[in-house]
Write a protein that binds this ligand. Structure first.
Ligand code: F6P
Length: 367
């Protein structure tokens, strides 16, 4: 009988609960035992009551709840080998041989490292008498499956991550609210949105709300003098009759010299050069909150069914899979490749190879 652990890790994202619910319900229906690991990798390291067996009723109501009800953490101890050794012991002592991790790029990188070290961890636990030789034989292999939960939509190899669309809805609602006051006062607003090193939220929000100008990390303004370029566009829109000016800035936005583009600087430019009465709004964690939209409920549910199927189909020689979504199809790809590609995007941005970054990140969306 398969014993599956499920955990959520990194920044919470709406739809993570749909994942946990689906892993539990589908896992039980397939005859597996399912355990929730509370508080992300921290719970795996701490063990004890953080690892709880789930039943059908444990996840009642989960579909419509935002965030993650089993908790999450950005866990430092799991980044150390000692932490991962403790985590391995806790898994084995609970009889868990498969782990489904829902998290972002960092969390899935951690999952992949854990699996690649598994052999050595089991060997060390055996040598130090923390597990028996029988346990070492039974738990020779660990199955890991990755589900991508992140509002940033920053994982390569999948078109969309769980939570990104809900977050985009929150941003649109917030910008719509700002719009009415901006229109009333004929003001300019500089709105900062999340996304870490990824501009997807900013770009999509810009299109969905009709913003005047958008700054994203992957495509810094072509002009060295982006201030003039932005003012030219904003002035033209005003001349054409627009009563408001909305500039959306990804929190990781950079100029051509890789210097961060700051919202306060944009505000000063709009005030000084165009004489616009300008305010700054940083949306912050409101973007991560609230009930998941239908899309994220569906995405979390169907991808988690695929994750349980991947656990059941796993063999020691197969690489750990990551469940993604490509061209509207649920896909299963090697986790390691997706993690590698995601890091290549970050490197491309760092080395100012923006075309390559765009190409690697998400060709369909940017076409
Ligand atoms: O990765 C999700 C995210 O919300 C990013 O967009 C943001 O940069 C970061 O997490 C904020 O992290 P924290 O919640 O730890 O402040």
């Amino acid at each position: 009988k398969k014993k599956i652990g499920v955990l959520t890790s990194g920044g919470d994202a709406s739809g993570m609960n749909a994942c946990v619910r689906s892993v539990v319900l589908y896992g039980l229906s397939k005859g597996c035992d399912v355990y929730a690991v509370y508080e992300g990798y921290q719970g795996l390291v701490d063990g004890g009551d953080f690892i709880r067996k789930m039943d059908w009723r444990s996840v009642t109501g989960y579909l419509s709840i935002g965030g993650t009800s089993i908790g999450t953490a950005r866990c430092m101890p799991f980044k150390t080998r000692d932490g991962r050794l403790q985590a391995a012991e806790n898994l084995i002592k609970n009889g868990i041989d498969s782990l489904i991790v829902c998290g972002g790029d960092g969390s899935l990188t951690g999952a992949d490292l854990f699996r690649s070290e598994w052999d050595g961890l089991v060997g060390e636990l055996l040598k130090t008498g923390r597990i028996t030789s029988e346990e070492a034989t039974v738990f020779k292999h660990l199955t890991i499956v990755g589900l991508v939960g992140s509002i940033d939509n920053d994982m390569s190899s999948t078109d969309i991550t769980i939570g990104a669309v809900t977050s985009l809805h929150r941003i649109c609602e917030a910008v719509d609210s700002v719009d009415t006051t901006a229109l009333s006062h004929s003001r300019a607003f500089v709105i900062e949105v999340m996304g870490r090193h990824c501009g997807w939220l900013a770009l999509m929000a810009g299109i969905a709300t009709g913003a005047d100008f958008v700054f994203i990390p992957e495509q810094p303004p072509k002009d060295e003098d982006w201030e003039t370029a932005m003012c030219t566009v904003a002035r033209q829109h005003r001349e054409l009759g627009k009563r408001k000016t909305i500039i959306i800035v990804a929190e990781g936005a950079l100029d051509r010299n890789l210097k961060p583009i700051k919202v306060d600087h944009i505000k000063d430019v709009l005030s000084d050069r165009l004489g616009l009465d300008t305010r700054v709004t940083i949306l912050g964690h409101t973007q991560r909150g609230g009930s998941p939209c239908a899309f994220d409920r569906i995405l979390g549910t169907v991808q988690s069914v695929a994750a349980v199927d991947a656990v059941l189909a796993s063999t020691p020689d197969k690489p750990s899979p990551m469940i993604g979504m490509n061209n509207n199809q649920v896909t299963t790809k090697p986790l390691m490749d997706a993690v590698k590609l995601t890091h290549e995007v970050a490197n491309a941005i760092e080395s100012q190879n923006f075309d390559k970054a765009l190409e690697l990140r998400d060709p369909q969306f940017l076409d």
